[in-house]
Unconditional design. Sequence first.
Length: 217
Amino acid sequence: MFVEDSTTDSTAVIETRLTHNVHRLASSLLAEAALRETVPLSALEQLRDFLVANLHHHHESEDDDLWPQITAVAPEAAQALDELSGEHQQLDQALDLLASVPTTAGDLDVEAVRRLLHDAAIAVRDVVHAHLSHEEPVLFPALRAHVTAAAWVDFAQRVIATTPPVAGHLMVGFLDEAGTPEEVALVLSGLPEALHPLLPAMRAQASEDLRVLRNGA
């Protein structure tokens, strides 16, 4: 679990930090699990598709929605945010390569598929970790200084409403590993009410799927 003292931090920073930690965990796990012979290709495919969909959606929400909000009140932040958007383009290239890897053997043997997934996942993992190390020192202070609580709620609701429905239970499972129970409850409180009764089942499914990815079927 990632542990930081967030008792005095803004909701925007807490939720963003947990989301980033999910991306760190998911990208690292895919790179690690790809070569494990006991992990089914179907489990790798599910994690791959979750990671690709969520990373694309996350940085598009930043580029198209959050960055303009920040620069509207803090024009001096534009250059740093533009540089981060440039790194998003590099991430897109790595994600597109990862998405193109076949997850059924076809003309390739299973070992070859695993190697391709492994190599593409390592590229994504490395870009994600490097990018977040550049983004967080810029973004967290900007969120504290320039995004009001009300503006963050509106932004977060738009993100939730447009999140791709790809293995959403994995998000719940990774969130539980990424933050404290109080932080996770804060993030999940923004979900539509209809989803709240489903959280125990989503947690149970995520626990099993993550177990398989880490230990094999």
